[in-house]
Design a protein around this ligand. Structure first.
Ligand code: PEP
Length: 255
């Protein structure tokens, strides 16, 4: 099964509208020409979604997404943004359950499941983020935690819904810390995730689902991580803020 690699930029709460065109000018100069087999995605803060959708329009290999969404379509939820509102900007994706949302904003497996379904109902392609904390890894429960997060969120999806799911394995201890998982450890977890996806959907769907690695991916460690057979791309936070650094990671994906 050939899965196109997906290299995704999570800008977190960074950048302003004035930065967008300069970012894409620099990225375009530095990145390799788009090619089959490698796609890019950008997850800017909500106020920049439309600008990034405009900046990437017409690029077949690029997509844009929100960083989270609410599970209701509308209502009295001050400060929240629905999946339909994200779709309305022309964005195609949304992150669900990023560890910063789980740790800092109280998101649970249950709310992630609701958000995942809301995203699918709005026609988006959700990227479900899963990953263990350092304490969970040291306790030997990393695999159990990741599989629980995955199962609670993705159980019961239809075949068509499962086909729109992307997973990002992001060990919490590796996010923004400069530490990355050993390539072999990442591969082991990705293979375990794919096995569970096969039981939740089907072996065919699981074989086609992209499982990205995230956690301090940088230009100098991207190639070895992306070289693992079950690592189908990278979700990049800090290093994606610099268009040259992000372009270098895309170049690593292009081989
Ligand atoms: C992330 O925010 O998803 C992430 C992986 O961040 P960083 O690359 O900075 O570790």
């Amino acid at each position: 099964m050939i899965r196109p690699l997906l290299v995704a930029a999570n800008w977190k709460m960074h950048k302003s509208s004035a930065d967008v065109s300069a970012y894409f000018d620099a990225f375009d100069r530095a990145a390799p020409a788009p090619r089959a087999g490698v796609e890019v995605a950008f997850f800017p803060p909500f106020p920049l979604l439309e600008a990034v959708v405009r900046a990437t329009r017409g690029r077949r290999h690029a997509s844009v997404g929100g960083q989270t969404c609410h599970w209701q379509a509308q209502g009295a939820f001050t400060g929240e943004v629905s999946a339909g509102m994200i779709a309305d900007t022309g964005a195609r994706r949304v992150l669900v359950g990023h560890s910063e949302r789980r740790q800092l904003f109280g998101e649970t497996d249950e709310t992630c499941a609701l958000k995942l379904r809301a995203a699918l109902a709005a026609g988006l392609e959700p990227m479900l983020c899963v990953g263990e904390t350092l304490e969970e890894r040291e306790r030997g429960s990393a695999r159990a935690v990741v599989l629980r997060q995955l199962t609670r969120a993705a159980d019961g999806l239809t075949r068509e819904e499962s086909a729109r799911l992307t997973v990002a394995y992001e060990p919490v201890w590796a996010i923004g810390t400069g530490r990355t998982a050993e390539p072999g450890d990442a591969e082991e977890m990705h293979a375990a995730i794919r096995e569970i996806l096969a039981t939740l959907s089907s072996p065919e769907t699981a074989g086609a689902t992209r499982i990205l690695y995230g956690g301090s991916v940088k230009p100098d460690n991207a190639a070895v991580l992306l070289g693992q057979p079950d690592v189908d791309g990278a979700l990049v936070g800090g290093a994606s803020l610099d268009p040259h650094g992000f372009a270098a990671i895309v170049a690593a994906a292009c081989g």
